[in-house]
Design a protein around this ligand. Structure first.
Ligand code: AMP
Ligand code: MG
Length: 354
């Protein structure tokens, strides 16, 4: 997972930052930076089943950081959460195939998700809800289902059946939406709007495995983001990405939520084609894009597709670049990031792109 590093003042962490670091470790994300910590406002909360942290520099940093958190919590509750009975997604899912009037934001988001499902050849499919529930990976009922159960749940996964018309949405009978692969990136995009409205100077917003780097790094350097070692402890890193302002970074990995049975690791990212956890030879994928939604959707889709099949998909998105980590510990970086990635973990090797 991504973490922000400050090369210049790493030793000057404040107690506040240490508190946040502890909270973020739980989510597998770590913000180390103490860049201008005295001048930055830091706010943290939970939403979307993870820790959300807003760190904002500028005159009204405190107000803006709080506004970012409020917006993300509100969009989770009102729009995206599958668990909150009153959210738009819960309403759509419980309507069992009937059309439901939703917030304009939700309708637009679902439209974009359907587009992304098409662009990724269905590797990302927001109608994966029934399969997610069946496997319940990381939940109290996680299990390896029977072939019949998988086949029945998989039959409900088909983004083509979702219809959006104005602000009404209708899914197919028996289908369930799950926005888990895209919500954190969408939250970064919503945060960007709040930061712009409030004329923030610089900010780092982290929502679980997605991070937004907004404005220039106050330390005067490019931003430096650490990618987590997929086979190391939660505070160990694989390498660093040096990035310009305005980028979002999302990581999907098989270490985030999984269980093991009979020596097999079953992770939370599912392949809609098989109905089982993705088995594409990758253990993590990080995608960088100016769009949080694109980076989040693509990190999940690329994890499902594997390295070879992901390359043509990434090319459909003008500004998307990726770092792939394969199960044999090879790291593959797309050309646009070649000069920006620094491999620091000795047990991995940098591979050549095919
Ligand atoms: P991420 O960590 O962004 O890769 O998202 C993983 C989450 O997205 C899972 O916990 C599921 O809720 C959901 N999910 C799993 N597989 C898929 C898939 N193939 N397409 C869309 N959503 C998925
Ligand atoms: Mg994702």
């Amino acid at each position: 997972m991504a973490k922000i590093l400050d090369r210049t003042k790493r030793g000057t962490r404040t107690a506040v930052i240490i508190t946040i670091v502890c909270a973020l470790l739980i989510a597998g994300v770590l913000i180390y930076d103490a860049v201008g910590a005295k001048n930055a406002a830091i706010r943290s909360n939970t939403a979307m089943g993870t820790v959300v942290t807003a760190k904002v520099w500028g005159a009204s940093g405190e107000h803006t950081a709080q506004a970012v958190l409020d917006r993300i919590v509100a969009m989770d509750e009102a729009n995206l959460s599958a668990h909150n009975d009153t959210s738009d997604i819960a309403h759509i899912n419980s309507a069992s195939g009937r059309s439901v009037k939703v917030d304009n934001y939700t309708a637009n988001l679902i439209t974009r998700l359907l587009l992304a499902a098409g662009q990724t050849n269905g590797a990302f499919d927001p109608t994966i809800g029934a399969l997610v529930r069946l496997w319940d990976i990381g939940g109290p009922n996680e299990q390896v289902p029977t072939a019949e159960e998988i086949s029945a749940a998989r039959a409900t996964v088909d983004w083509h059946q979702v219809q959006v018309s104005g602000d009404t949405v209708q899914i197919g009978k028996g289908q369930a939406l799950d926005i888990g692969a895209a919500g954190k990136g969408a939250a970064c995009d919503a945060a960007k709007e709040i930061l712009t409205e409030n004329q923030a100077k610089s900010a780092v917003i982290s929502v679980g495995g997605s991070i937004l780097l907004y404005g220039e790094n106050p330390a005067g350097d490019d931003w430096s983001v650490g990618i987590r070692d997929p086979r190391g402890a939660s505070n160990t890193q694989l390498g660093t990405l040096t990035l310009k302002a305005g980028q979002c970074v999302s990581t999907s990995g098989d270490y985030e939520r999984y269980f093991e049975q009979d020596g097999v690791r079953y992770c939370h990212i599912l392949d809609p084609r098989t109905g089982a956890p993705a088995d594409s030879g990758l253990i993590s994928v990080t995608v960088v894009s100016p769009s949080g939604l694109v980076s989040d959707v693509l990190s999940t889709a690329c994890f499902v597709l594997g390295y070879e099949q992901s390359l043509p998909i990434l090319e459909l998105f003008e500004d998307a670049q990726a770092v792939f980590v394969t199960e044999d510990r090879t790291v593959l970086v797309t050309p646009g990031l070649a000069g920006s990635f620094d491999l620091t973990a000795g047990s991995y090797t940098l591979g050549a792109l095919s």
